[in-house]
Design a protein around this ligand. Structure first.
Ligand code: ADP
Length: 362
């Protein structure tokens, strides 16, 4: 029976430094409920959330990630994946109030730093309590649940340096342990996972997705992540970086360093003449390559230290960002001489929010 379950609607929220991720569970059919007005409000919420894919100017539902016919606490339904900038939290709360959610929802499961930062706003604006969960516990629970429910969740990039042969290949992640998680959000966290319940945060860096976006906006005048990625796709980082061949005239053979390897990120930009020739596209690409390679190298060192050979990269920095994924795939393979594998997951930024929803009890 569903009598022991918390009352609907079920949400999980991961309020990060840049993006707020909201997961909504839509049950198949109308669940039993006490009053007629509750059923009506529930219908309205469901209609609003599932009919739209855009909410205001800044909210989006990722329809391509939607998961149908999944079971949570004995109830079958659909998981919907919604995101909006954390800076829009005030507007989100106003909308929640307007849509009548505040009358029905008493508790929202939340994780991420914003679960602490915005706790008072939730109480004051919409009289909602936040049930707070740890972000890494949630992330792992969400990841395990989604991987179990989606046979095509996990993949890798084959032939990452050859544009004509490069392809996404499905990866069977059913016996995953041990593995490393590199979560690239605003900043980066690295977790070593030994079993379903045993993990530790082993490292991190402040040079992450937020750094890419921040520097890219400064250098190119762009205003959104999508714009930054589009610029980068058209740019050439070798106009910006100093390569081994710029220093050696070719390969540095003795230590096996190829000529096209970056020796110094942004290393050409001390020259006024070079600066006058670079495009915004080149600068965006160089920023992307710099940040991504730095994360790849930290990931590799962590993997060596933990003696782990599978590294799962997640976080919204990888959203619509095949350049970064392929670069990570190549770098992991090349520098480990083929002993390490970079893996990716389709629901890249949503695991914390899902894990949060799964932990909901009332
Ligand atoms: P956090 O929990 O810190 O907000 P996320 O995993 O949500 O982390 O990733 C945030 C990063 O994702 C940003 O720093 C940026 O690099 C990238 N990103 C992807 N899509 C967007 C977007 N629509 N708006 C802003 N940043 C985005």
């Amino acid at each position: 029976t569903d009598d022991d379950n918390p009352s609907m609607p079920w949400f999980g929220m991961d309020i990060g430094g840049t993006l707020c991720k909201l997961v909504y569970f839509e049950p198949k059919g109308i669940p039993k409920s006490e009053s007629v007005s509750e059923v009506e409000t529930l219908r309205n919420i469901r209609r609003y959330l599932t009919k739209n894919s855009a909410y205001g100017k800044t909210g989006h539902r990722d329809t391509h990630l939607q998961m149908d016919n999944v079971e949570i606490r004995g109830i079958v339904g659909t998981l919907h994946f919604i995101r909006f900038p954390t800076s829009e939290m005030k507007n989100f709360l106003a909308l929640a109030k307007y849509k009548g959610m505040a009358t029905l929802v008493t508790t929202v499961c939340a994780t991420g730093g914003g679960a602490y930062k915005f706790e008072d706003d939730f109480r004051r604006e919409v009289n909602m309590k936040l049930a707070k969960f740890d972000e890494f516990d949630s992330l792992l629970k969400g990841l395990q649940y989604i991987d179990k429910n989606n046979p095509t969740e996990c993949y890798y990039w084959s032939n990452p340096t050859d544009e004509t042969k490069c392809a996404k290949v499905n990866y069977d992640f059913s016996s995953p342990y041990p593995f490393l998680i590199v979560n690239i959000g605003s900043g980066v966290s690295v977790l070593a996972v030994y079993s379903a319940t045993n993990y530790k945060r082993i490292s991190g860096t402040s040079i992450g997705g937020g750094t890419f976006l921040g520097l890219c906006c400064l250098l190119t005048g762009c205003n959104t992540f999508e714009e930054a990625i589009e610029l980068a796709a058209e740019g050439d980082h070798t106009h910006v970086d100093k390569l081994v061949r710029d220093i050696y005239g070719g390969d540095y053979e003795r230590f096996g360093l190829p000529g096209d390897l970056v020796a110094s990120s942004f290393g050409q930009m001390n020259s006024r003449e070079r600066r006058s020739k670079v495009s915004r596209q080149d600068l965006a690409r160089a920023t992307l390559v710099t940040i991504t390679n730095n994360i790849g190298s930290i990931a590799r060192m962590c993997a060596i230290q933990e003696k782990i050979d599978r590294v799962v990269f997640i976080g919204n920095f990888l959203r619509v960002n095949p350049i970064a994924m392929k670069l990570l795939a190549y770098a992991m393979d090349y520098w480990s001489k083929g002993t390490m594998k970079a893996l990716f997951l389709e629901h890249e930024g949503y695991f914390g929010a899902v894990g949060c929803l799964l932990q909901f009890q009332e």
